[in-house]
Design a protein around this ligand. Structure first.
Ligand code: NAD
Ligand code: ZN
Length: 358
């Protein structure tokens, strides 16, 4: 359905341009629309001696971008986000003669944009890069905001930088080949924005949904570039969601929850937590359930889910060292709440698991 919307609405959805302004006269141009890859040079706004695309096998490369350009493929999946891979790519860039005056172009999902942004921020002490997200999740989230990074064996994204791209190309045509599970994952990230304040998001066309989410994230990151307050609200659904995602990944392929599917469950459980803490009533929980179900999410607890395991997986999340800070709904909308007692989280997850057994 989403895919046919992506293609069928082409005629009616005009290209949009946004400019994000950051302190120090830095700005990032975003082009959103069908086929906007062909505008990449206008978005970048200057010419570079050398352009190098960084991507992964199986990702569609727009011909407008790739003609006559060197391409480096990085490892498949999350395996790409390692220091070993950073070194391998950096060596290749040296061999290609790339300098600080050149341009890197990330073509891929959040894995590729995180990786490329990180390399761009440290190679020759920093060169320009362009993000061309090819997953729904990267279009509405990962490619925007300048958070870059790779993983350590101890955890995800433990090494990283804040480093804005020169521009972002959100070409909706690139979604045509996106696998179904990646659609669902992207929709889990999108539905979060409806709770954060984009009313009626679920009723919009796909291009309009992408545009609204991009606008929302762009507005948040320009007021809080370094993730100190406002940007933390974007973690709504992620405290529980990340824990569920991490536990599922340890269990193997058949139990695997994609990021967005885990976030959708997390959004529901965090609404139960907000009710337990007296921040919202039963109506608020029902609103979460109805909205998430309309977006097509199954809100049941996985059969393997144990409350104490979820809570200890939350403890290992790098955002939760020491105390639990959780983005929670409340009378003033979603806010980040500190000092949430572990026992309340434990009881909430247990309540969620029990719901499915009734
Ligand atoms: N920097 C940030 O602010 C931020 C925010 C959210 C997520 N992230 C990071 O993003 C990563 C996840 O990104 P993702 O969800 O985009 O997944 P992904 O980059 O891992 O891509 C998922 C899969 O889809 C394939 N793929 C991508 N585009 C395709 C296309 N158009 N057609 C066919 N196949 C395609 C990829 O090869 C991969 O196998 C994580 O590493 C996460 O930490 C970063
Ligand atoms: Zn997310």
């Amino acid at each position: 359905l989403s895919r046919s919307l992506a293609q069928g609405e082409a005629a009616r959805f005009p290209t949009e341009h946004l400019v994000l302004n950051f302190p120090g006269s830095r700005h990032v141009t975003i082009a959103i629309g069908h086929g906007v890859s062909s505008e990449w040079q206008t978005v970048v706004g200057e010419s570079f001696a050398n352009t190098v695309i960084i991507t992964q096998r199986g990702i569609p490369l727009p011909s407008a971008l790739s003609e006559g350009v060197s391409v480096i493929e990085i490892a498949q999946g999350e395996q790409a986000k390692t220091l070993v891979e950073v070194e391998r790519v950096a060596v290749r860039l040296v061999e290609l003669g790339v300098t600080r005056k050149d341009l890197l172009v990330a073509v891929g999902g959040g894995t590729v944009t995180d990786f490329t942004g990180f390399v761009a921020s440290i190679y020759h002490r920093g060169l320009s890069y362009l993000n061309v997200p090819t997953t729904l999740l990267a279009m509405v989230d990962a490619a925007i905001g300048g958070k870059t990074g790779v993983n350590l064996p101890l955890g995800k994204n433990l090494l990283g930088t804040f480093y804005q791209p020169t521009g972002i190309i959100v070409d909706l045509d690139l979604l045509a080949s996106l696998p179904e599970q990646e659609w669902l994952s992207g929709r889990g990230e999108m539905v979060k924005y409806e709770f954060l304040g984009i009313a009626g998001l679920g009723r919009m066309s796909l291009p309009e949904q992408v545009l609204q989410c991009v606008r929302y994230k762009a507005a948040v990151v320009t007021v809080d570039e370094r993730d100190s307050s406002e940007r933390e609200r974007l973690n709504y659904g992620h405290s529980i969601g990340h824990a569920l995602e991490a536990l599922s990944l340890k269990r193997g392929y058949s139990d695997r929850l994609s990021h967005g599917v885990a976030v959708a469950k997390g959004l529901y459980v965090e609404s139960l937590l907000a009710m337990r803490l007296g921040r919202i009533g039963l109506e608020g929980v029902k609103r979460h359930r109805l909205t998430l179900e309309k977006w097509g999410f199954d809100l049941s607890a996985p059969s393997w889910c144990r409350a104490h395991e979820v809570v200890s997986a939350m403890g290992r999340d790098k955002k939760n060292f020491g105390n639990f800070r959780v983005a929670l709904d409340g009378p003033n909308g979603v806010e980040v709440v500190g000092g949430v007692p572990v026992d309340e989280i434990l009881s909430t997850v247990a309540q969620w698991i029990a719901e499915g057994k009734r």
